[in-house]
Ligand binder design. Structure first.
Ligand code: ZN
Length: 325
């Protein structure tokens, strides 16, 4: 599935089988002497075949291709090394690049340790990790081809000038890319339209949700004519940002209400009392991987409330338990 979204910019749909995101939007920008491929899909055969076929159909020469990953998540960066040309570059925000490098070198999964201390059942955490694409379908290493981008840094591809905007929150070094002259914004997963970007907790951010909301405010007033998101459909840029800001205020209020009504619960139990879009009869039968995302989402909201002295947590028998301040 290929669509020309602007002159010399193409969207290639990369299927993500079995994943609620359904599809990744990979974009190819064609220049005179180089092509830039933005985001790649998971490192798995179905993604690879779809992207290879799309790029072949576009006649993209792999030898003159650079790759840009909007952020470290493996559905975006997982095949970067397979699609970059020899001697060419893989661009990623420097903060995410360093985080990814550390993550790929560390044996213990810090996030799992935190989730277990927040009440996530250890055996369930282990089962989730066995299927976790974060490691299994990731790029194997941050190689010398990688180039870390700083906020404001510009990439030139053909007639297009892509300005890097560092928008932490969804990941620590998540970036959007702004084409001022054309009013085009590559929004990655910072702004999605028919799904809400997942905001979880991160080792290097003590307030990921606060950072995310600040990042939304920061880019809200750009005169965007067309947003090219990392997944699914596009839509009204500013309207969507306003909707996401309201959405998280409501989720914060909901988390606060649950903590006030049930002092002493773990984050795992608090997540079980919040409302989720997933159809499930109960928290017990909630699909395991979705439970993982729900608890991460809940933690980013609890961290936000904790940072602002609305809730506090105390460790009892090895588990963190929350109450209102
Ligand atoms: Zn992502």
């Amino acid at each position: 599935m290929i669509e020309e979204v602007a002159k010399n910019i193409y969207r290639v749909g990369v299927p993500l089988p079995g994943n609620p995101l359904k599809e990744l939007n990979s974009y190819l920008i064609r220049g005179e002497d180089s092509d830039l491929l933005i985001d790649t899909g998971f490192r798995r055969p179905a993604c690879r075949e779809a992207l290879e076929a799309g790029l072949a159909q576009l006649g993209s020469d792999p030898r003159r291709r650079d790759v840009l990953a909007t952020h470290l998540h493996s559905d975006h960066s997982g095949m970067a090394d397979l699609f970059v040309g020899p001697g060419r570059h893989i661009y990623m925000g420097r903060v995410d690049m360093e985080f990814l490098d550390q993550f790929l070198h560390s044996g213990v999964d810090r996030r799992t340790l935190r989730f277990v201390s927040e009440g996530f059942p250890p055996e369930l955490a282990q089962a989730v990790n066995e299927t976790n694409p974060a490691r299994k379908e990731a790029v194997p290493a941050v190689t010398p081809a990688f180039r870390g981008l700083e906020d404001g840094e510009v990439l030139q591809v053909g007639e297009y000038r892509l300005q890097t905007l560092l928008v932490p929150g969804h990941t620590p070094g998540n970036c959007m890319f702004w084409l001022e002259e054309q009013g085009i914004m590559f929004s990655g997963d910072h702004i999605l339209f028919d799904i809400t970007p997942n905001i979880t907790e991160w080792a290097t951010l003590d307030d990921a949700l606060g950072d995310y909301l600040d990042s939304l405010e920061r880019v809200r007033d750009y005169p965007v004519k067309r947003t090219l998101p990392g997944h699914r459909a596009t839509g009204d840029y500013r309207g969507r940002i306003d909707h996401l800001l309201v959405h998280h205020r409501e989720r914060l209020a909901e988390a606060m209400t649950v903590v006030e009504a049930n002092p002493g619960l773990t984050a795992y139990e608090i997540a079980g009392k919040m409302t989720w879009k997933i159809r499930s009869d109960s928290w017990e039968t909630f699909p395991m991987v979705q439970k993982w995302f729900a608890v991460g989402e809940c933690l980013s909201h609890l961290d936000y409330l904790r940072k602002r002295d609305k809730v506090r947590r105390e460790q009892k028998d090895g588990l963190w338990r929350y109450e209102a301040v």
